[in-house]
Design a protein around this ligand. Structure first.
Ligand SMILES: [Fe+2]
Length: 194
């Protein structure tokens, strides 16, 4: 039996992501894979100690950004678990890059070492303070991002793009990519089948 807080988050996520996915698109295929795996089995609830970072002070404002529709339900489901998550900096974050180092936090909801332990998915959340650019990064799995607050995304095949509250961002496997906040905090979820 899955932790009801996680189950609610997954169900709300699936509704919001599938509503935004273009039929037949690679993003839709990735989303189907991720939510299919969520349904197929439940990982054990890992006792990761909750942890916050100073940037988490932006959470409340960021969670208020989605005012209606399926993303509001995702924000509500996420809000119910934010204080159970382990918010961390990216492992490779460079303390010399103060804006990024102090201005971002990630939490893994499902995945290796995540709130639900499993080895076939990464589902997590990124929070950034206003005026922060996430460092360029890449990873082998393809990725779908769902924005819950304003922000822009870039990848090696796409100029900076604001998906708004209607569209998704899709990153093909292995592509170099980044995201940035504007004058408000950034909050987005990521879904990757491993
Ligand atoms: Fe990524």
């Amino acid at each position: 039996m899955r932790d009801p807080v996680v189950q609610r988050f997954i169900e709300a996520s699936e509704v919001a992501v599938m509503a935004a996915a273009e039929p037949g698109s690679p993003a839709e295929a990735v989303a189907r894979e991720v939510f299919g795996r969520c349904r197929a089995r439940v990982g054990r609830a890992q006792e990761v100690p909750p942890a916050m970072l100073p940037v988490c002070g932006w959470l409340e404002e960021a969670l208020d950004s989605a005012t209606e529709g399926p993303r509001r339900a995702v924000a509500d489901a996420l809000e119910a678990m934010v204080d159970k998550l382990e918010w961390e900096r990216r492992d490779a974050a460079d303390p010399a890059n103060r804006s990024f180092y102090d201005g971002h936090a990630n939490a893994l909801i499902l995945g290796p070492g995540g709130y639900e332990e499993r080895d076939d998915l990464w589902v997590g959340v990124t929070l950034m303070a206003p005026g922060v650019t996430y460092v360029d990064h890449k990873h082998p799995p393809a990725e779908v991002y769902l924005s819950l607050a304003p922000g822009e995304w870039w990848n090696a095949e796409m100029d900076w793009t604001d998906p708004g509250m209607e569209r998704l961002i899709y990153n093909p496997p292995g592509i170099l990519h980044a995201m940035r906040s504007g004058d408000r905090p950034f909050l987005a979820l990521w879904y990757l089948p491993l």
